[in-house]
Structure formats: structure tokens, C-alpha cells
Write a protein of this length. Structure first.
Length: 431
């Protein structure tokens, strides 16, 4: 058996790589208790954060002020003094829905150049089982000239951030921890224990921790896909899906999933990391991929239902004006990553309809940069639209009420309440 040579640093100096929805809140928490360098390759992002402004709305001015030991930088040389590195960069998918490991491997390259003997690298990014040791470790070794579990050591502790959720913050979410050696695993667990109030769960290996993370959202994806399929069935049966789910929900063990768009950087992405690994080892994941197909098709389904309802009311679809309310992937959050609202837009525009997008949570420049979408910069004109689709029920939209949505439309306009937030009968369509 190889000797465990990890020596826990007496004075941990953290470097957190990637200051997005995951990395910044983590850096703010650790910055209260340990010297922490928060690094991001985007200097504009760093400049904003240094002024105390977080465009993701995940860290408040008070939380910035409390993180007295946090340094924010876009200079990778500032990582040289760190001895514990935590990688929190995104792990997206490409246009073919395959894992895009480029951000993770680029971050590993950066860390490898700062790595010294005995240092520890912890990954939080969502990956398939084996990625930390099989994909990232070789990059770290090549850049540092050190050997894994001899010159440097590995940890994995999957992120569980829920963007826009002020109730479930990092200290209040159980943290899964793991390490490449027993001593490393104990140190990783103790390190996170400094900021996690509700406790940790030490996993027996890095691969177990990786697998645990990737199935958390895969499970949710499959369950939502089932409800989306049921919603399509109940539509044909002329049943109100929400009414059926409320009735079924009176049983103690019925799971409260609801139909809708499934986007974001977790549920709409993570299953593809698992299916990629499954296919690599010769297993065809039928249920997971079936769920993905169902959920990826919901944007088209919503667009098609809208168009059919317009035709039934005598509206010409070509040249029509449609108001789409909400662009972020979930309500009360400015996160645009992998939003499936864009699928509705693309399908409606394929009918040569004019689609106006209104979302008070989204910066118009971000929408243009990410998707090439021009958004309304103020409240829509009343009486101007042939159809109104409430795709993302932000609190501002809920407070307007169903009648206000109708006033944006012209006489007999189609109103689609995608998430069924308003009472049955107040809108023409709902899932």
C-alpha cells in the first residue's frame, strides 16, 4: 500500500478559481475565517466585485464587508502564495450536448503553474465520475512537474449552490467531501467544517462524491420529465394538470414536481455528463436520455400550443406580435445560463412572428452577448400583442396579476401561463 504522505498545512491559504455563482459565495464565506484569494480571468468582473457589486446578486454588500481576509484578483501570479486551491469554474455542454471540459482544464492549467510541493487542489465543478483523477490531475502534474499523491493531493467537494435562493446558503447546506488519500480526505472535511454549520458527509472516494453530485440533478431531471409527459397527456384528456397534481399531492409520499422548462447550469446540463461517461463504458442510459429528450422539447411544445391557440382565435401567425415574459432560467434570478426560454423564441420566430422579450431581472447587454437577443428596456405597450406568454414567473409578474397580462394583449389575445401561477380560467393556456 502506498504511504499517505499528505501533511495538512498549519496555515491554509486558499485560492478560489472562478468567481461566478459558485465561487464567489464560497470565497466570501472562507474570506471570513481564512486568508483567501478569489481569482477570475475576467478583469471586468473583478473590477465590479472590488467595488462591492455582484451582478449575480449572490453576495450582498454586508457579506463582502464581512469577508475581511478576501483578496479579489485577475492576476494569476497572486495564486503563488496559496497552498489550497478550490476550482469552481463552470462545466457546460457544447452544441452537440457533450461535456465541454475546456474551462475546467484551463483552470487546472492555471492552478498547475502555481502548485507547490504538498499543495492540495479541491474541485467543486460538476463532472462525471473519474474526471478529477483522470482528466484534471494529469494537467496539474504536467504544469507543476509534481506527482499526484506524492507532490500534490486532490479533493472533491461538489457544489450545491441554488442561484437566487436566499434561504439555502452555503453554511446551511450539507457538504459532501472527499480526498485522494485518507489524510487528505480528513483535511478536506475539516476545512469545509470551518464554514458549514449543518455538517458534512465524508464520501469514501472522489469518484463516489463525483457520482453523487451528478445524479442529484439527474434524478430531478427525470422526475420533471415524467410530469412534463403527463402534462402533455392531460392536455389531450382535457384535464388541468395543476388540479391533478394538487389532488395527487394529498398523499404523503407523492413528490411535488411541476411541469415546465428545464434549463440552468445544473438540471439541464448534468445528465449529459453522466450519459457521456455511461456511453464511454458501454452502457446506454435509456431513461436518462429519454428524460432529456422530453425536457429539451418543452420549448417547442409551448410555442406550438401558442400558435395553435392563435390560429383557433383567427390570428394570422405570420407577422403577429408576441410578448414573452421572462428570459432567465428560473424566477427571481438573473442567471441566463442554458435558459430554455430561447427555444420558445426560436420556434415562434420560425413562424415569422415578432417576439418581444421582457425580463426586469436581466441586463439587456448580457442577453445580447449571450444569445444575440434584443430585449425590451421598459414595460411593454398595452394592447399591442396577439399572444402573451408568461414563461418565467418573477415576483414582479406575479404581482401584476392575470388581468394585467391580458391588458398587454389586444382583444382576444392568447395568454399562456406556463407555470400555472394564476387561478385556472384566468388565462387561456397553461401546462
Amino acid at each position: 500500500m502506498t504511504q499517505d504522505t499528505f501533511n495538512a498545512p498549519e496555515a491554509p491559504r486558499l485560492g478560489i478559481i472562478g468567481l461566478g455563482y459558485v465561487g464567489l459565495p464560497l470565497a466570501a464565506e472562507f474570506g471570513q475565517v481564512l486568508p483567501t484569494v478569489g481569482f477570475d480571468i475576467n478583469p471586468t468582473r473583478i473590477n465590479e466585485l472590488q467595488r462591492g457589486h455582484d451582478r449575480t446578486l449572490e453576495v450582498t454588500a454586508e457579506e463582502f464587508a464581512a469577508a475581511g481576509q478576501l483578496e479579489l484578483t485577475a492576476d494569476p501570479s497572486r495564486l503563488a502564495d496559496c497552498n489550497v486551491f478550490i476550482v469552481t469554474v463552470p462545466t457546460p455542454i457544447d452544441i452537440h450536448r457533450r461535456p465541454d471540459m475546456r474551462p475546467l482544464l484551463a483552470a487546472s492549467h492555471t492552478v498547475g503553474q502555481a502548485l507547490g510541493p504538498g499543495d492540495l487542489v479541491i474541485f467543486e465543478s460538476t463532472v462525471y465520475p473519474g474526471a478529477t483523477e483522470e482528466d484534471c490531475a494529469p494537467v496539474l502534474a504536467a504544469q507543476s512537474g509534481l506527482r499526484v499523491n506524492e507532490g500534490f493531493f486532490l479533493g472533491y467537494s461538489p457544489e450545491r449552490v441554488n442561484p437566487g435562493d436566499r434561504a439555502h446558503r452555503i453554511p446551511d447546506i450539507v457538504k459532501v467531501t472527499s480526498g485522494s488519500t485518507p489524510k487528505t480526505a480528513r483535511f478536506v472535511d475539516e476545512l469545509y467544517g470551518r464554514i458549514i454549520r449543518v455538517g458534512t458527509h465524508p464520501a469514501p472516494s472522489i469518484r463516489v462524491a463525483e457520482a453523487a453530485k451528478v445524479i442529484e440533478n439527474t434524478q430531478r431531471d427525470v422526475n420533471i420529465a415524467l410530469v412534463n409527459e403527463l402534462a402533455k397527456l392531460f392536455e389531450k384528456l382535457d384535464l388541468d394538470t395543476e388540479a391533478v397534481l394538487q389532488a395527487a399531492g394529498t398523499k404523503w409520499n407523492f413528490l411535488p414536481f411541476r411541469p415546465g422548462l428545464v434549463g440552468g447550469h445544473c438540471i439541464g446540463v448534468d445528465p449529459y455528463y453522466l450519459t457521456h461517461k455511461a456511453q464511454a463504458v458501454g452502457h446506454h442510459p435509456e431513461m436518462i436520455l429519454a428524460g432529456r429528450r422530453t425536457n429539451d422539447g418543452m420549448g417547442s411544445h409551448i410555442a406550438d400550443r401558442t400558435v395553435k391557440a392563435m390560429i383557433r382565435k383567427g390570428f394570422p401567425v405570420v407577422g403577429s406580435r408576441i410578448l414573452l415574459m421572462g428570459l432567465s432560467f428560473k424566477e427571481n434570478c438573473p442567471d441566463l445560463r442554458n435558459t430554455r426560454v430561447v427555444d420558445i423564441i426560436a420556434d415562434l420566430r420560425s413562424y415569422n412572428a415578432q417576439v418581444d422579450v421582457w425580463d426586469p431581472w436581466i441586463n439587456a447587454d448580457d442577453a445580447w452577448e449571450e444569445y444575440g437577443l434584443e430585449m425590451l428596456r421598459g414595460e411593454p405597450e398595452q394592447g399591442a400583442y396577439d399572444a402573451v406568454i408568461l414563461a418565467v414567473p418573477h415576483r414582479q409578474f406575479r404581482e401584476l396579476g392575470a388581468e394585467a397580462l391580458r391588458r398587454f394583449g389586444n382583444d382576444h389575445a392568447v395568454v399562456f401561463d406556463v407555470k400555472s401561477v394564476f387561478p385556472v380560467g384566468s388565462c387561456d393556456l397553461r401546462l
